[in-house]
Ligand binder design. Structure first.
Ligand SMILES: [Zn+2]
Length: 509
């Protein structure tokens, strides 16, 4: 008897010690965040005593990915969850990253469930797993936006969150980091700033229905999604909302009514030929977002200088407009014109407003290209010589298929994140197709068969062609802008879909 209780006590001690060792890295992370960013947690009282619970995590910055893991540790302890009591979702695309694949292979039971952003069939199956977890009073973790914004503004919520909440009637716990995570580390910035403020909010529980609904209509989904969106935005951007976060445009320090509207300038801004600096850095910084100059509309001419010490600056190499970069904790980053066209000097606007100006002025421009036979009326907009095409397996291209049109279907069952390259070649984005000239022949991705266009991480363009998935590696980030390709591909694909009376899904940009 004595021996038994001694054994069980030592077992308990061992378990506690193992749990302590597992948690050490997260105590260290918390400590570092406290020192650097005065990190604090708000709303701990909103965590219910037990499941079912849907934990909705927002991600506006790479720094938020730390919180996605942090909160899982936190809730595991608060709710005393075992490994069987929770289920996490991740984007299928992330499973293509070596670290995620390793985790999946090492322990398939504990690996996160995959959500494929553009594949309805898989989505329904894996959502059912989440639904069953909630029926057993478990906890489901979900990142409902499925992507990270480039400019700090909220992205459309996917419907998975509303679907789960309506079918299960489980409450949603919003886990939202203050928007200052964005000014500490925006997606386009290579490394985080070492100054800033971070607050992690656990919001009040949101219930979109009192009883589980067996049938859910599109209207129900839209209503629940709008309710969740409003609740999230109130917490992230505060009472002044997104407008308050961005702040008004200013001229010489005086707030202007409405957007500053760079265009139409009285005279078109003169431009000249330019060469990019030899060492522009691995990452293009703000030039990833402003891939076209918002003043003179030249592609790839914006250059962001971000030294370790000293002030950041932005310059257009084609029209010589220069901006000072100004950062305020918890606000959008601002760009003030300090040199260039006299009409603009003194104009200061948040980055989001410069980006909107750029998009408003954007129109694809035809370029001259040799070595290609174009169809009647076809125009080329973009080209690049070293693009690697990666079909998702299985694909007939891996089995000796040689047609000009790439396969539109994937035969048989497909694994998660199983991409492989078929070679490097020149890619042309035209009004009719994405044409790839590879070492063993050419492929025509006809826009009429493209059903989704998206950007993966920074510089990989993704296409769903019919029901088959393809990716295009666009070259080093220092040289090529994925956002530029996405904007062009999305514009052409939408235009063709409108002509054909079809629809195409496009990731938010
Ligand atoms: Zn310019």
């Amino acid at each position: 008897m004595m021996a038994n209780s001694r054994e069980s006590r030592s077992l308990r001690l061992k378990e506690r010690f193992a749990a302590f060792v597992r948690e050490v890295p997260w105590h260290v992370v918390t400590f570092v965040l406290r020192i650097l960013y005065r990190f604090r947690l708000v709303g701990a009282e909103n965590v219910p005593a037990k499941g079912p619970l849907i934990v909705s995590i927002n991600v506006t910055s790479p720094i938020d990915t730390i919180f996605a893991i942090w909160i899982a540790f936190y809730l595991q302890r608060r709710l005393d969850l075992g490994s069987e009591d929770s289920l996490g979702y991740t984007q299928e695309d992330l499973l293509a990253l070596p670290a995620f694949r390793k985790a999946l292979v090492a322990d398939p039971e504990r690996a996160p469930e995959a959500l494929s952003p553009h594949s309805a069939g898989n989505l329904t199956l894996s959502l059912l797993k989440g639904y069953r977890m909630l029926c057993r009073d478990g906890v489901v973790y979900l990142h409902p936006e499925g992507d990270m914004p480039w400019d700090g503004r909220p992205m459309p919520l996917g419907r998975s969150l509303a679907w789960l909440a309506l079918h299960s009637a489980a409450p949603v716990l919003p886990v939202l980091c203050s928007i200052s995570a964005y000014d500490i580390w925006p997606r386009w910035q290579k490394r985080p700033s070492l100054r800033g403020r971070l607050t992690l909010h656990l919001g009040q529980l949101v219930r979109v229905t009192d009883v589980p609904l067996a049938e859910v209509s599109d209207d129900d989904l839209d209503r629940a999604t709008a309710q969740l969106r409003a609740a999230f935005d109130r917490i992230v951007y505060g009472p002044e909302g997104i407008e308050g976060w961005a702040g008004p445009p200013r001229r010489d320090g005086v707030a202007l009514e409405g957007p500053g509207h760079v265009h139409p300038l009285k005279e078109p801004v003169p431009t000249h030929a330019f060469a990019r600096p030899e060492k522009p850095g691995r990452n293009r910084g703000l030039a990833q977002l402003l891939w076209q100059c918002p003043v003179c509309c030249t592609n790839d001419s914006v250059y962001h200088r971000h030294p370790w010490i000293g002030r950041q600056s932005v310059r257009c190499l084609a029209c010589d407009t220069r901006w000072a970069v100004r950062r305020m904790f918890g606000r959008d980053i601002r760009l003030a014109v300090v040199g260039g066209p006299a009409e603009l000097v003194g104009l200061e606007m948040p980055v989001t407003m410069w980006y909107d100006e750029m998009k408003r002025n954007f129109e694809p421009q035809a370029i001259e290209v040799a070595g290609v036979e174009l169809l009647p009326g076809e125009e080329v907009y973009l080209t690049r010589d070293d693009v690697i095409v990666e079909p998702h397996k299985p694909n007939a291209l891996f089995d000796g298929y040689t047609g000009r049109e790439p396969p539109r279907t994937m035969p048989g069952r497909h694994g998660m994140g199983d991409w492989d390259g078929i070679g490097e070649g020149r890619m042309l984005l035209t009004t009719r197709r994405l044409l790839w000239q590879g070492p063993d022949g050419e492929l025509d991705f006809d826009w009429r068969n493209v059903t989704a266009v998206y950007l993966w991480l920074q510089n990989v363009l993704g296409l769903r062609y019919g029901t088959a998935h393809y990716r295009f590696r666009l070259g080093p980030m220092a040289e090529e802008s994925g956002m530029k390709w996405l904007a062009h591909a999305a514009t052409v694909a939408r235009c063709v879909a409108a002509e054909e009376g079809t629809t195409v899904a496009v990731s938010h940009y």
